[in-house]
Design a protein around this ligand. Structure first.
Ligand code: NAP
Ligand code: MN
Length: 266
């Protein structure tokens, strides 16, 4: 990383964290890195926190394709996006020195509501009813009408996001090297009137999913972009596809996706 020297640190500034970050800043300085206050001047973005903080770091820095993202965990449990621990700064320096690190590219999905400017998601985009009633969505795959969903909502996840919300919904864990998107249902109603596939559906990276909210007084669903809720009034249709944009992440070499799956769930 000889040409990448400008580092932006993303974290929630608490007294406790500031104290832990001080040695990290000193270390960065010692190795000729510059801490910048504006992420637009950075070529390395470091999130300090858990996976949730990493997702926020991506959103608040607008998914920079040219930057290298790095996740440093503050808790004791292992994260999916955080390979390093704030309590073990030596390990970070050692890993860098001994080239135990590598850059991996992770897919994102692109979502556009009512044909407006698209936004990106790293884990998933979820669409849920904002009222206690079920709501109805017509699902189209590449403009082909596929099914009418009635229930609590739908989740469309990336391969790396497949271990998050998607997993709780009985979706499949997907190897991030596969380019695709997954659609999972949240409590679908299945009866003689409404019938859905009732199984997670994995689509190729070339497919576009269109979700049309049936306008029966519930055109104000909650749209979740990873860990942020977007309030979009009069939401008619939502188009979701795999984006060209990929996020570069600095990872430990000996911590593959399936090693993390094993450590986290087995
Ligand atoms: P949160 O409600 O604080 O935590 C959700 C949990 O999921 C945390 O333990 C988080 O790790 C973990 N997580 C996040 N991304 C993951 C991934 N790709 N693979 C495995 N675990 C992951 O919310 P948050 O921390 O801001 O994370 C937002 C994510 O929560 C959403 O993108 C969604 O996937 C997930 N979520 C899950 C459910 C569900 O399972 N029923 C419902 C809503 C949202 P950390 O503790 O390290 O942050
Ligand atoms: Mn969290």
């Amino acid at each position: 990383m000889p040409t990448r020297r400008n580092v932006f640190l993303f974290y929630k500034p608490t007294m406790e964290l500031e104290e832990k970050i001080t040695p990290l800043k000193a270390l960065a300085k010692e190795h000729n890195f510059h801490i910048v206050n504006d992420y637009r001047q950075a070529n390395i973005i470091v999130s300090i926190g858990g996976d949730g903080a990493f997702l926020q770091a991506l959103r608040k820095t607008e998914f920079q394709e040219d930057c290298l993202y790095l996740g440093i965990n503050t808790g004791d449990h292992l994260g999916f996006y955080t390979d390093f621990s704030i309590n073990d700064i030596n390990a970070i320096t050692e890993a860098m020195k001994n080239e135990q690190v590598e850059v991996r590219k992770n897919p994102t999905i692109m979502v556009s509501v009512n044909d407006e400017k698209p936004f990106y998601c790293f884990n998933e985009c979820s669409i849920r009813s904002n009222v206690i009633r079920t709501f109805v969505i017509d699902v189209f795959i590449d403009d082909m009408y596929f099914e009418t969903f009635r229930g609590d909502g739908l989740v469309v996840s990336t391969p790396t996001g497949s271990t998050a919300y998607n997993k709780s919904l009985g979706g499949a864990i997907v190897d991030p090297r596969l380019k695709g998107i997954q659609l999972t249902e949240i409590a679908s109603l299945n009866n003689n009137e409404f019938r859905t596939l009732g199984a997670p559906l994995i689509l190729s990276g070339e497919s576009t999913l269109t979700l049309k909210v049936v306008q029966d007084g519930n055109d104000y669903p909650i749209i979740g972009a990873d860990n942020e809720a977007l309030s979009i009034r009069h939401c008619h249709d939502i188009k979701i596809q795999l984006a060209e944009k990929q996020i570069k992440m600095l990872k430990l070499k000996d911590n593959s996706f399936f090693q993390r799956v094993q450590k986290t769930f087995l």
